[in-house]
Design a protein around this ligand. Structure first.
Ligand code: SF4
Length: 325
């Protein structure tokens, strides 16, 4: 197994108390697999991604659990070891490509330096790698575009350059945090298609973090839905999307326009995500859940239910079709 995350706990010590952003998250991922990590803002999905990379700065800290990458424990590993892994064997793609790109350097300088930072290669070899990577993410005339600066690219093209940089070393694991959210639907579709193709060709594992279940429908093999710092449902994408067992997953699916054909309005989940500073005991979704009962004041375990795992005392039966509410 390439990546094994077990009981991961990440906290932030704030003035008002301890914010438990990730509370006992576990999942596994193998080479060539794509996992969609889905949830609303504040669900802990991005913090999970940053925790895997060891990118949690004070007042945040990984307070428990384990992240094993290719058999190596990354929690509490020396920063030098993590730095050597980041960018070479593990790459991150951010929502804002300017987190990766330097506005004052040409794309060529940035890509060549990225290759040379992790490998002994000549500049001409590094340049050829850069041209190849730009071509692989669908950038036309890559030799000419290499000489340009980030501001000379459109938003979608800039994100492709950031993805090309992430792919330069054919990483074993890519963590992508909402990289297509700011792009229009057509560009998003193209990038998703190209990412999936590249991951399959190279054999990388990919974690795609998103608030949008529809995005992972055609992309991922598996999905883990997060709510208030915990995984509430996990399984094969087809099983979870066709027959969601957790009321929250079903609520997310009901709010996807394509699942509401003929409906006059989308079924938004009522209420707000709870504050992670003031979580009461029991199921964190119960104030928004139309199926809640007295037993929901106790925290449900993530338990096998059909083909998936579900954290709910009263999982929905398969017969409750998406959009039927
Ligand atoms: Fe709803 Fe209860 Fe299930 Fe939580 S445990 S999702 S409140 S039914």
């Amino acid at each position: 197994m390439l990546l094994e995350v077990s009981n991961l706990v990440t906290e932030f010590a704030l003035r008002d108390g301890v914010l438990r952003a990730v509370q006992g998250v576990s999942f596994q991922l193998d080479r060539g697999q794509i996992l969609g990590l889905v949830g609303e803002s504040g669900s802990g999905k991005s913090v999970t991604g940053f925790s895997i990379l060891g990118l949690i700065d004070p007042p945040g800290r990984i307070a428990g659990g384990s992240v094993k990458f290719d058999g190596r424990e990354l929690v509490a590993a020396p920063e030098s070891e993590l730095r050597a892994l980041r960018g070479k064997r593990i790459a991150m793609i951010f929502q804002d490509p300017m987190m990766t790109l330097n506005p004052v350097l040409s794309v060529e300088t940035q890509m060549v330096e990225t290759v040379l930072a992790h490998e002994k290669a000549s500049r001409s070899v590094a340049r050829a790698r850069a041209i190849d990577a730009l071509g692989r993410v669908g950038i036309a005339s890559p030799e000419e575009r290499l000489a340009q600066y980030p501001h000379q690219f459109s938003g979608g093209m800039r994100q492709r350059v950031a993805i090309a940089i992430a792919l330069l070393h054919s990483p074993d694991l890519i963590i992508a945090d909402e990289p297509t959210t700011a792009l229009d639907v057509t560009v998003q579709g193209q990038i998703l298609y190209e990412m999936q193709k590249l991951v399959r060709e190279v054999g990388s594992a990919l974690i795609w973090i998103t608030h949008d279940l529809a995005v992972i429908a055609g992309l991922a093999d598996r999905v883990a839905v997060m709510y208030a710092g915990r995984i509430v449902e996990e399984g094969a994408v087809d099983d979870v999307l066709e027959s969601p067992a957790h009321p929250y997953t079903r609520g997310l699916l009901d709010s996807v326009p394509a699942n509401n054909v003929g409906s006059r309005r989308l079924n938004q989940i009522p209420g707000m995500t709870p504050s992670l500073l003031k979580l009461s005991a029991g199921c964190a979704f119960r104030d928004r859940c139309s199926y809640a009962q007295a037993r929901c004041k106790q925290m449900p375990e993530l338990a096998v239910h059909g083909a998936a795992k579900v954290r709910c005392h009263f999982p929905l039966p398969a017969a409750v079709a998406v959009g039927a509410a």
